[in-house]
Write a protein that binds this ligand. Structure first.
Ligand code: ITT
Length: 198
């Protein structure tokens, strides 16, 4: 089975391919269908934005399509950057600089007040146009320094609960077992297996 993943983020694409590798399903990307329009994320929530991206791609592909919207929520910043995670800083700023700015914003906070989570909402559209959403949350805390070279985005400053390493230090195998994205995608896999059995 083929599923279109409507994303322009190569890091997300790699991770979801990894998480799905034992299903035998093929995850194709927007470039595989020659779709190179930047879909404006005008929604107020992860649910809205995941659905906007999935619907835009489904209108062309008209078969199994998924998109996801995700973000980092820092409790001491009232949940920011949250749904604006990709747009919180100017678009040309490197992630090293974005991570440095985040650390600066909470520079004086002790470890116990640096709590945060990553959240991911996946929207799947079936070939008949029905929509189903799945949400995953990974709680943890913000590190004091930028650490590690794996992954993407805010991975070098996020330490998931139960670990001493950032997502960017632990590498893809562990991250893809415990992450917000892994949790949401595993629910999608469960749903798809039930659909395919029916
Ligand atoms: P698409 O909309 O094309 O899928 P995007 O990067 O714009 O790609 P989002 O609008 O969902 O995606 O923004 C999510 C941002 O949250 C992403 O760009 C990262 O900065 C951050 N983020 C989400 N999941 C992450 C993860 O697993 N590791 C690090 N940062 C993550």
């Amino acid at each position: 089975m083929k599923i279109l993943f409507a994303t322009n983020n190569q890091g997300k694409l790699n991770e979801v391919r990894w998480i799905l590798h034992d299903t035998g399903w093929q995850l194709i990307s927007l470039s595989d269908i020659n779709y190179n329009v930047d879909i404006p994320e005008t929604g107020q929530s992860y649910y809205d934005n995941a659905a906007i991206k999935a619907r835009a791609a489904f209108s062309i592909y008209k078969s199994w399509t998924m998109a996801e919207d995700s973000g980092l929520e820092i409790d001491a910043l009232g949940g920011k950057p949250g749904v604006l995670s990709a747009r919180f800083f100017p678009p040309n700023m490197t992630y090293f600089e974005r991570n440095r700015r985040i650390l600066e914003m909470i520079i004086d906070l002790p470890a116990e007040k640096r709590t945060a989570c990553f959240r991911c909402v996946v929207c799947l559209i079936t070939p008949t146009g029905d929509e189903k959403c799945f949400e995953g949350v990974c709680r943890g805390r913000i590190a004091h320094t930028i650490r590690g070279g794996y992954g993407f985005g805010y991975d070098p400053i996020f330490i998931p609960d139960g670990y001493g390493l950032t997502f960017a230090e632990m590498g893809q195998e562990i991250k893809n077992r415990i992450s917000h994205r892994a949790q949401a995608i595993r629910q999608m896999v469960q749903f798809l297996k039930e659909c395919l059995r029916a």
